[in-house]
Design a protein around this ligand. Structure first.
Ligand SMILES: C=C(O[C@@H]1C=C(C(=O)O)C=C[C@H]1O)C(=O)O
Length: 469
């Protein structure tokens, strides 16, 4: 690698969006999700905060068991000759990479770290803009603002034929709409689409789950997470910006991610690192909200927390995460009882694990080093990990690709947020989305109930695609 990375981070005033005339006046303030209209945006957003990035300067890509270590080495090499000017100095300022990693070391999916040209960040009322370059050219605040303005303008007035493969719908030639319509609002009728089974038919997947239960009963393992895919094929191209905006609106408690064709809103955090602290949100144990009676919260508590099966599934997941995190921590805390996480589609048993990180060989582990140590957790693989991984390969008949793999970002200080790529889809071409969902299988699992659970987990993406679900 010869080119060296230069980064400049400056505060960004929200009035930039209106004063510059790039966007229409809007009654509410502009937010990060307004920028999702820009074609190919990389994003990580929760409750209006996070990062949205544009363009690509360079990337790491790799496959196999060393994909995380190779990515980390590549990032460190890029940083070693980099120059950064950062007047904001928060996690996510300075040089930043977005990433998506394959679930499996045997996957043909190319894991990737992408270095964008521009990043907009929102956090605790602060907004910033980072510009990066590899040509060594001097960066200035005025130049960074101008680059963002140009990008917004070009999104508002696309050249004919310019939209990329993942956002094939031409954007309006008008200035960007202040309040873009979600697919549900834009069309009263769902788009024309056919939804079909992916690798396995429903019958075959039921048989796979039954085989998983038998393997557990035979004592070969304690828990295995089995997933399946479905394919939505549309008559017209789908709009990636509309999908991401619909997810940020409806699933604001989740982390909406977009890394090229991979889009979704995950409720589960593999690891978040800010300086010396790390956090994970472990989920396992699910109840479809459509099954809820009147006293919904009481029902969830009783059925979810009171069920031995659900608690067992959850405890496996918490234990596996804390065991893997312990060598990197001087202190580790998690509450004795899980809480109930309420999402629009399901309830989950959830545990937030907090750690104070330890120095390893004289420095703190980066968020990517922790991703390597923690992935795959029992929430998406099983217990014991290697037996569960082998059974997944044998029974699913599926290359999970980036599904259930780590997705997120990291900065030059090692801070970062990495979710588990759940409740998402891969936009394979302008008219095809492949959706994935899986369930933790334990001895007491019933295949039919697990199949119904996959439909509850497909619901966020089906709705974001404008489909009735
Ligand atoms: C595997 C998925 O979800 C995982 C499995 C869960 C379960 O079995 O209860 C709950 C949350 C996730 O950890 C998925 O959404 O595809």
């Amino acid at each position: 690698m010869t080119a060296s990375l230069t980064a400049l981070t400056v505060p960004l005033d929200l009035s930039f969006f209106t004063i510059s005339g790039h966007l229409r006046q809007k009654s509410e303030q502009y937010g990060l999700s307004d920028l999702l209209c820009i074609d190919g945006a990389l994003c990580w957003i929760r409750r209006g905060e996070g990062l949205v990035a544009f363009g690509e300067l360079t990337r790491f890509s790799g496959t196999g068991p060393e994909r995380f270590a190779d990515a980390e080495q590549w990032w460190k090499a890029l940083l070693s000759s980099s120059h950064a000017q950062d007047s904001v100095r928060l996690p996510g300022t300075g040089p930043v990479a977005f990433g998506s990693f394959a679930f499996s070391k045997t996957s043909s999916f190319e894991s990737r770290l992408i270095i964008p040209a521009l990043v907009v960040g929102f956090r605790a009322g602060l907004v910033w803009l980072t510009q990066m370059t590899l040509d060594g050219g001097p960066l200035t605040a005025a130049g960074a603002h101008a680059a963002l303005g140009l990008l917004i303008d070009s999104a508002a007035r696309p050249q004919p034929g310019s939209p990329g493969p993942l956002s094939p719908e031409p954007l309006s030639p008008e200035p960007l709409s202040p309040e873009p319509l979600s697919p549900e609002e834009a069309n009263t009728e769902p788009p024309e689409a056919v939804v079909s089974s992916g690798a396995l038919s429903e019958q075959d997947w039921l048989a796979a789950v039954a085989a998983g239960v038998s393997a557990i009963e035979s004592g070969a393992l304690e828990k295995v997470v089995l997933a399946r895919d479905i394919v939505a094929t549309f008559a017209e191209p789908v709009s990636r910006p509309a999908i991401l905006q619909a997810l940020t609106e409806r699933y604001s408690e989740c982390w909406t991610y977009g890394v090229e064709g991979l889009v979704g809103a995950t409720p589960e955090i593999l690891i978040k690192v800010e300086g010396r602290t790390a956090q994970a949100r472990v989920l396992a144990g699910t109840l479809d909200r459509e099954d809820a009676p009147e006293d919904a919260a009481g029902f969830a508590r009783e059925v979810l927390a009171g069920s031995i099966k659900q608690r067992q599934e959850h405890d496996f997941a918490v234990r596996s995460l804390t065991r893997q995190l312990a060598p990197f921590a001087v202190d580790l805390f998690f509450p004795p009882e899980p809480f109930i996480l309420e999402l629009p589609n399901v309830w989950h048993l959830a545990s937030d694990v907090n750690a104070e990180l330890a120095d390893v060989d004289g420095h703190l582990p980066t968020s990517l080093a922790l991703v390597e140590a923690l992935h795959p957790t029992a929430a998406v693989c099983g217990t014991p990990r290697s037996e569960a991984g082998a059974l997944i390969r044998e029974l699913e008949g599926l290359d999970r690709g980036p599904y259930a793999g780590p997705v997120g970002w990291l900065d030059g200080s090692g801070n970062g947020e990495w979710g588990i790529a759940l409740r998402g889809a891969v936009l394979e071409n302008p008219t095809t989305a492949r959706l994935y969902a899986g369930c933790g299988i334990v001895a007491a699992s019933d295949p039919e109930a697990e199949l119904a659970e996959t439909w509850a987990k497909f619901r966020p993406m089906l709705q974001a695609l404008g489909l009735r679900a």
